[in-house]
Ligand binder design. Sequence first.
Ligand SMILES: [Zn+2]
Length: 208
Amino acid sequence: MDDDYRNTKYCPKLSDLKEKKEKVKEAVLQEHPRAKDMHTYISDNRLCYKQQFIEVYNGKCPYCGVTLAIIGWKQFEIDHFIPKDSSRFSSKAQAGSIENLVLACYDCNRSKSSLELSEEDLYKVDPDGSDICRSFFRDEDYYIRISEDFSTDDAVNQFYKQLGLDRQIHRLDYLLMNMRGLREKLKDKPLAYTHLTEAIEMLQQKRR
Ligand SMILES: [Zn+2]
């Protein structure tokens, strides 16, 4: 995942997501040995698993890239990558298996809704895999775009439109992520740090 449209150069890379998710599942099972539907436990704001799940994704929506620094943790949700009411699942517990759970910001999760892609298309937009970064890229104006290889791919186009990955808000978020990353580098330059903080706060206000 070299060119990950979800990351600025300041963001740590998303890595070993599947392994890290398994660890969260183990944590659930340790306290709740009879747990079947992982979604019930991980999506519960009162329990600690959601926080752990957010950390798996470096506090970042793996669809649009927005981070915890920009939206609150309660605006993160636990998405069923393949919708929970899909005929592929024979039970709620099967739909809520850890493999099928993905972190998503409120906006992406709501927009994605019950979008279901066919088996052979899933890998193209699976946020836990590396191919999603071949399907989409970030252009120099901070727009998320469909890469040339997938420009005529129906599934990728459908996913892109339904999630609203072309929306302006994702540009603003990417700008904010860059500004925050830069600000960290300017800690020993108080004046620049203060100006940047003011600009970040102004943009955060606008975002709300
Ligand atoms: Zn998102």
